[in-house]
Design a protein around this ligand. Structure first.
Ligand code: HEC
Ligand code: HEC
Length: 382
């Protein structure tokens, strides 16, 4: 075993093994069983499959496939589609405007619907008090976020700011009282519910969990416009998609050099980590690859008031100015930042933080240029 060839082969094997332990954007979790890996691959095929009116698309839709929006750099990533959402906030109460087609206002119609009603998009709800633009987020590592126990999220909440750090943080809740965590306003409690709902809200594809179509601005779909029998996909296709999404790994942060390590310290020192909690731990799961795992999440999954400049719609208990701390998982794949993509760089995103995050923003602005640069180098490693 002492020949140079054998040593090189051993070194290569060790290198390949180490390489295997790294999750790249779009890769599955480490440690899936063969069967789970197989379901991940088959689920990706459903996630990427393009629907047509003949296979259930529409009559209202935003795009033709999950993977048309969540596409960059791999399925499950980001994309350039921007959605329109609308709700009404009156007297402190949020109305999702379901009776007028809210909160997601689809931007496309099938040819049959266009012919029947002469519209290219769902009409904007007349009672809306705000319009929100929503860019497509990366959904890497969401299966891990799904399994962070509610008790952990609640442990970070400080709705009355009892520790006087200027940061409160509170949970959103679904209509039935369950704690929400998915979507930029953290309304949806579980990953499965988000995925099941996305088929209908984004593609007009009904499924066993959500068996009826969206209305057209609150009005029923004209007869003959959508002849495909509901549900338009079956339980197997739905379960496979859910497995693909929940088995998507959180990309391993790139190895930090000296500058990046300094940036990581500055991130904590100036208070970014008060909301972007660096590490969360998952709870129980029958899937070993998801059970009791640390995830470099950089979120507390709570709502924070981000100030009037970022404010748009209310959703559930979230007021117009409140947003969920965006996880920074896979940030290196993100192309435009903040909920509506208004920030072209991470620096701009920080500069646009207001409200509860104003203190951290001001401390960032006051840093010497080399320290600001170190913080950005750290962010780009995520
Ligand atoms: C038209 C583009 C588009 C399509 C198609 C689409 N999505 Fe999304 N996705 C988005 C946007 C925009 C959001 C953010 C929504 C929000 O914050 O309210 C999102 C959010 C998500 C989230 C929540 C991420 C988080 O951090 O909370 C998941 C999970 C998700 N999508 C899965 C899917 C699945 C599964 C499909 C297919 C059934 C799908 N998406 C189809 C644009 C799209
Ligand atoms: C009070 C809580 C809070 C603090 C403190 C905070 N953030 Fe944020 N951060 C958020 C919220 C909420 C969002 C999502 C806002 C939105 O989408 O409009 C966000 C979004 C971001 C984004 C954009 C992510 C994306 O994918 O679009 C970056 C980058 C970011 N924060 C970095 C930082 C850094 C660096 C600091 C410290 C200087 C910091 N944040 C401090 C709550 C906070």
């Amino acid at each position: 075993m002492s020949s140079p060839g054998a040593a090189a082969a051993l070194w290569l094997a060790a290198f390949a093994f180490a390489g295997c332990r790294v999750v790249k954007p779009g890769d599955p979790l480490l440690g899936l069983t063969r069967e789970q890996r197989d379901r991940f691959e088959r689920g990706r095929a459903v996630f990427d499959s393009v629907f047509t009116p003949e296979t259930g698309l529409g009559p209202l839709f935003n795009s033709t496939a999950c993977g048309e929006c969540h596409e960059d750099p791999k399925s499950g990533g980001t994309g350039d589609e921007v959605e329109v959402h609308a709700t009404a906030f009156r007297g402190g109460v949020c109305d999702p405007l379901v009776q007028e087609g809210g909160p997601v206002i689809q931007q496309h119609t099938t040819p049959a619907l266009k012919q029947a009603l002469g519209i290219d998009a769902e009409p904007f709800p007349p009672s809306a008090t705000a319009r929100a633009m929503r860019t497509t987020p990366v959904i890497f590592g969401r299966g891990l976020l799904d399994l962070v126990p509610d008790s952990v999220i609640l442990s970070y909440a400080d709705p009355d700011d009892k520790n006087h750090d200027g940061i409160s943080g509170r949970v959103n809740r679904n209509v039935d009282g369950r704690i929400g965590r998915f979507g930029r306003k953290a309304l949806v409690p579980t990953l499965r519910e988000f995925n099941d709902g996305a088929f209908v809200a984004e593609q007009g594809v009904t499924n066993p969990s959500v068996p009826t179509e969206e209305t057209i601005g609150g009005k029923p779909i004209p007869g003959g416009v959508d002849p495909v029998a509901d549900p338009e996909i079956n339980q197997d296709q739905l379960d496979l998609t859910n497995d693909f999404v929940r088995f998507l790994g959180a990309p391993t942060p790139e190895r930090l050099g000296g500058e990046g390590r300094r940036g990581r310290e500055i991130f904590s020192r100036i208070g970014c980590a008060a909301c972007h909690v660096p590490m969360l731990r998952t709870g129980a799961s029958p899937v070993a690859a998801l059970r009791s795992k640390d995830v470099a999440a950089y979120t507390d999954l709570l709502l924070h008031d981000m100030g009037p400049d970022l404010a748009d719609i209310c959703l559930g208990l979230a007021t117009p100015a409140e947003f969920r701390t965006e996880p920074l998982i896979g940030l290196r794949s993100v192309k435009t930042f903040l909920h509506d993509g208004r920030a072209a760089t991470p620096e701009q995103a920080i500069q646009d933080h207001g409200g509860e995050a104003a203190g951290a923003r001001d401390r960032f602005q006051a840093l010497p240029p080399a320290e600001r640069q170190a913080l950005i180098a750290f962010l780009k490693s995520l």
